[in-house]
Design a binder for this molecule. Sequence first.
Ligand code: SME
Length: 163
Amino acid sequence: MAEHLFVPTGSKREKYEELFPQIKSLIESESDLIANMANVSAMIHATFGFWWTGFYRVLDGMLVLGPFQGPLACTRIKYGKGVCGTAWREARTQVVPDVDLFPGHIACSSASRSEIVVPIKLNGEVVGVLDIDSAELNTFDEVDAEWLEKVVEVLIGTESRNK
Ligand code: SME
């Protein structure tokens, strides 16, 4: 596929339905995880206009900032800390309707109001997270969780195929 995104329109579900095959088609021919994280963050960000869309990878026992779209962000997050560290520890998606109500939320940006963090698992182990912040409350729900979990599965599949 050419490096071009046909920006999806319609309802949230319709957007994911149009976005997902484009993501799949773009990243499945590339095995470098960082390159694919970069394009995936750009595609999600362009489709939904979120505040911040990006990745953290587990490196030397911490979450370390990876490719992202949006304003500057915290570089390192400890295990179990913030929404990202919680998704890592619990190995499951965190949907946060109001970040002010999440104990220990790490405010990289004061504009962030709601958040979703999806763990990326390789052979059952969390190797990173996809983190998305919205400037509005209540942006994310089970539809986002369902589709973003599919996205990270395809993403890590491109990596593990080459191991
Ligand atoms: N809010 C996150 C920190 C990362 S930034 O949102 C990019 C957290 O609580 O883990």
